[in-house]
Design a protein around this ligand. Structure first.
Ligand code: ADP
Ligand code: ZN
Length: 210
């Protein structure tokens, strides 16, 4: 099963992707996590991507398309995968089609912009595994420490209000058109993001099984 999770930054794609990954045993692939890892290790890719990411803009299509192409060729993807944060533009979606990837379902998690602003400004992520938390709504058991791997929780450089607004703007301009792209092929299911992670994941599970 090949799934795409669509939604604005902070809609909860990453969290839901991890939950489906555990349930179905297929990997969750986050281009954002791959890019952040490259930035952290200061690879040539990371050095190029950082400028775009820090200002809330998209990394150029040619770069992310290559990253994704390589990733889905790995062995763990042979039974399918969950894409979190890819595609983000129509050319990226077209590239997936050209790679011969057949998408079974596209699930959009819908959350309003003002809710997203609150969520992202309180978000903290694990430096090591990328797991995401919220200071108020989804705190880790021990402050500053990842429940999953014990890593250190940090605030992402792009989770500050001004950059969040820019990311939302970019989402509405460049990523939302993908809804039509997948709606037309009958693959899109829209799920309303709930306050509680488990309530959203119940809806996502239904959408996966639909
Ligand atoms: P978000 O919480 O904004 O959904 P991600 O972790 O998916 O965050 O992505 C963080 C940043 O990485 C984006 O703002 C963008 O700069 C870059 N990025 C991630 N995936 C893509 C993609 N598919 N195309 C272009 N840029 C991407
Ligand atoms: Zn962790």
């Amino acid at each position: 099963m090949n799934l795409i999770l669509l939604g604005a930054p902070g809609a909860g794609k990453g969290t839901q992707a991890e939950i489906i990954c555990d349930a179905l045993g297929i990997p969750a692939i986050s281009t954002g996590n791959i890019l952040r890892d490259a930035v952290k290790h200061q690879t040539p890719l990371g050095l190029e991507a950082k400028q775009y990411m820090d200002s809330g803009d998209l990394v150029p299509d040619s770069i992310v398309i290559n990253i994704l192409k390589e990733r889905i060729q790995k062995d763990d993807c042979k039974n399918g995968f969950i894409l979190d944060g890819f595609p983000r533009t129509v050319p990226q979606a077209e590239a997936l089609d050209q790679m011969g990837v057949v998408i079974d379902r596209v699930i959009e998690i819908l959350v309003e912009d003002d809710v997203i602003l609150t969520r992202l400004s309180g978000r903290r992520i694990c430096e090591d595994c990328g797991a995401s938390y919220h200071l108020e709504y989804n705190p880790p058991k021990q402050a500053g420490v990842c429940d999953r791997c014990g890593g250190k929780l940090i605030q992402r450089a792009d989770d500050v209000p001004e950059t969040i607004r820019e990311r939302l703007h970019v989402y509405h301009e460049q990523t939302e058109p993908l809804k039509n792209y997948y709606y037309d092929s009958g693959k899109l299911i829209v799920v309303e993001g709930q306050e509680k992670v488990e309530d959203t994941s119940a809806l996502v599970r239904k959408a996966v099984e639909a």
